[in-house]
Design a protein around this ligand. Structure first.
Ligand SMILES: Cc1cc2nc3c(=O)[nH]c(=O)nc-3n(C[C@H](O)[C@H](O)[C@H](O)COP(=O)(O)OP(=O)(O)OC[C@H]3O[C@@H](n4cnc5c(N)ncnc54)[C@H](O)[C@@H]3O)c2cc1C
Length: 487
C-alpha cells in the first residue's frame, strides 16, 4: 500500500516528523517522495492611479536566485533520498494534478505532507483533497518551533504584540527535540521512477560581478555546513548580538534564513545546537538572541494563521479601511532597481537584486522608505521581495511588511525609519554604500550618504538625484554646511 510523501517547504531528511510519520504509517510498504514544481506564477497587484484603479501590475513570484536555490535544494534532497534507497519524483505541475497522476499510477492509498503557512498554500491542499476525494491526506506540523497543541493559547487568541507572544511561549511552551534522519528508506518501483520529470538544470550563480562573501547553495547539506560554520567553526554566534545589525561580510548574522525558508534546516535543530553550544562553549546574550530572533519567525507563522487573507489586504489587520496611495510607476521602478538617489536604500536594493539577500537592517529601511517616504502601497514592496529574496517566506515577508506599514498586529501609525540617520549610524564609514555603489567612492567620505545635498552633480552624474524632496524628518540629521539640495 503506497504512501505518497509530498515534500513542500521541508526539503530535508533530518528532523522531518512528517517523513517519519509517512514511514511509520506505511510499515514496510512503499513511500513515494514527490515534489511539485509548476512554472513560477505571476502576482497580479491592483494599483490605484489618481484615485482610480489602474492597470494591475504583474510580477513573477519566483526570481532567478530563488529558482536556483530551490533546484539545488532538490538536487541535494535527491542525493539524501537515494543514499537511503529511495528516489524523489519531481513533477512540473501543480500538486493536485501531480499527486492525482501519481496516485493512479502507483495505486497510492494515502498522502502525508507538512503544514505550510499562507492562504494559497492552504488552497493548494484543498485542491489536492478535491482532486482525490477518497484519499486520506495527513498534514503534519513540521517546520515551526511549536506545534499548535504546544502553544499556551489558541492561534485565534494570538497575543497582539510580539513581546506578549514571546513572554508567553518562553514561560509555557516547550518545543520537541529534533529527530534524526532515517538510516534507510523503502525503495521506489521502476514504474514510478519513470514518472520523474527531473530537476531543471540551472546556471550557477554569477560570481564574476557579485562580490558576495557567502555563496548561498541550496540544500540540507549546505544548510548544515552553514550551521556548523556559524556555531562551531567560526564561533561567530558568541558575538551575534553585537554584530547582527551589520551590512557587509559573511558572519555578521547567521544567514540561516534561505535554508529555513526552504525547510533545508529545521528550526528545532538550530535551537538544539545553540543549547549544546551554551553547554559546551558559552552561554551569553548572543546565544539567547539568536533564539529570540527565531521566535520572531515563529510569531509571524502564527500571525499568518490568525490573520488569514487579511494579511494580504492593504488594510491588513487595521479595523477600518484606509485610503490606498496613488501608484507611481517611476518611484516604484526607481526603488526596485536601486535608483532612488538615496544611497543607503539603493545599495541595499542592488545587493538584493544581485544576490537575493539583504540584511535585516537593510530590509527595515528600504521597506520604510518605500512606504513612508515614497508613499507607495506596502504590498508592492512585499511582492518585489517575494520575487527577489532567496529566503522568501510567506509569513515572515508579508508579516514584516505589514508591521512596518502599520497594517500588522500591534498596528500603530506605522514604523517610519529615518533612513538617513540609520545610514549614518550603521554605515558610519560609508563602506557599505561604496561597496554596492562604487561610483560614490569618487566623493569625499562625508558626502557619500548625502550626494543629494551637493550643489554639483554627483559623481559625474553617474548616480541619480534624489527622486523625492528631502523628507522633512531628515532635516535635523543632515550634516551641517551642505550645499543646495538637488532634486
Ligand atoms: C520587510 C521585511 C521582509 C522580510 N522578509 C523575510 C522573508 O521573506 N523571509 C525571512 O526568512 N525573513 C524575512 N525577514 C526577516 C529578516 O530580515 C530575515 O529573516 C533575516 O534578515 C535573515 O538573515 P539571517 O538568517 O542572517 O538572520 P539572523 O539575524 O541570523 O536571525 C536568525 C533567524 O531568525 C529569524 N528572524 C530574524 N529576524 C526576523 C524577523 N524580523 N522576522 C522573522 N524572522 C526573523 C530568521 O529565520 C533568521 O534566519 C524580513 C524582514 C523585513 C523587515
Amino acid at each position: 500500500m503506497t504512501t505518497l510523501f509530498w515534500f513542500r517547504n521541508d526539503l530535508r531528511v533530518d528532523d522531518n516528523p512528517a517523513l517519519l510519520r509517512a514511514l511509520a504509517l506505511s510499515h514496510d510498504s512503499e513511500v513515494l517522495p514527490v515534489y511539485c514544481l509548476p512554472p513560477a506564477s505571476t502576482a497580479v497587484l491592483p494599483v490605484t492611479s489618481d484615485g482610480a484603479h489602474g492597470t494591475p501590475l504583474q510580477l513573477s513570484r519566483r526570481g532567478a536566485h530563488r529558482h536556483r536555490f530551490l533546484c539545488e535544494a532538490l538536487t541535494d534532497l535527491q542525493q539524501q533520498l537515494q543514499q537511503r534507497g529511495s528516489h524523489l519524483i519531481v513533477r512540473h505541475e501543480a500538486p493536485a494534478e501531480a499527486l492525482a497522476t501519481l496516485a493512479r499510477a502507483v495505486n497510492a492509498r494515502r498522502i502525508v505532507t507538512s503544514w505550510q503557512p499562507g492562504t494559497e498554500e492552504a488552497r493548494e491542499l484543498t485542491c489536492v483533497q478535491h482532486a482525490l476525494p477518497d484519499m486520506p491526506v495527513e498534514v503534519i506540523e513540521n517546520d515551526g518551533l511549536f506545534r499548535r497543541d504546544q502553544l499556551p493559547f489558541s492561534p485565534e487568541q494570538l497575543p497582539a504584540t510580539f513581546t506578549a507572544f514571546r513572554k508567553k511561549v518562553e514561560a509555557h511552551a516547550r518545543s520537541d527535540a529534533p529527530q534524526r534522519a532515517p538510516d534507510t528508506l523503502p525503495g521506489v518501483a521502476h514504474a514510478a521512477i519513470k514518472l520523474d520529470q527531473g530537476i531543471p538544470a540551472t546556471p550557477p550563480a554569477d560570481s564574476h560581478h557579485i562580490d558576495t562573501p557567502l555563496r548561498y547553495t541550496g540544500g540540507e547539506s549546505a544548510g548544515r555546513q552553514r550551521l556548523q560554520h556559524y556555531l562551531w567553526d567560526s564561533q561567530a554566534l558568541r558575538h551575534y548580538k553585537a554584530t547582527r545589525n551589520g551590512l557587509l561580510g559573511a558572519d555578521y548574522s547567521s544567514k540561516f534564513s534561505p535554508w529555513l525558508a526552504h525547510g533545508c534546516l529545521s528550526p528545532r535543530r538550530i535551537v538544539a545546537e545553540v543549547t549544546r553550544f551554551e553547554t559546551d562553549i558559552e552561554k551569553n546574550d548572543s546565544t539567547y538572541w539568536l533564539v529570540f530572533e527565531l521566535l520572531w519567525r515563529e510569531y509571524f507563522r502564527w500571525l499568518s494563521v490568525f490573520a488569514g487573507p487579511r494579511l494580504f489586504r492593504f488594510q491588513g489587520l487595521r479595523p477600518q479601511p484606509v485610503p490606498m496611495p496613488v501608484f507611481s510607476p517611476a518611484r516604484f521602478a526607481a526603488w526596485c532597481q536601486g535608483n532612488t538617489g538615496m544611497p543607503f536604500v539603493d545599495a541595499n536594493m542592488r545587493e538584493l537584486n544581485a544576490t537575493g539577500f539583504m540584511s535585516n537592517r537593510g530590509r527595515q529601511n528600504v521597506a520604510s522608505f518605500l512606504i513612508h517616504d515614497l508613499g507607495q502601497d506596502w504590498r508592492l514592496g512585499a511582492a518585489w521581495f517575494e520575487q527577489q529574496l532567496l529566503d522568501y517566506d510567506v509569513a515572515s515577508n508579508w508579516g514584516n511588511w505589514a508591521y512596518i506599514a502599520g497594517a500588522g498586529s500591534d498596528p500603530r501609525q506605522g514604523r517610519w525609519f529615518n533612513v538617513l540617520a540609520q545610514a549614518l549610524r550603521y554605515d558610519p564609514q560609508a563602506a557599505y554604500v561604496s561597496h554596492w555603489l562604487p561610483v560614490l567612492a569618487e566623493l569625499p567620505a562625508a558626502q557619500r550618504h548625502v550626494p543629494f545635498t551637493s550643489a554639483t552633480p554627483c559623481a559625474g552624474q553617474a548616480y541619480p538625484p534624489l527622486i523625492i524632496p528631502i523628507p522633512e524628518g531628515w532635516r535635523d540629521t543632515l550634516p551641517a554646511r551642505t550645499g543646495r539640495p538637488r532634486h
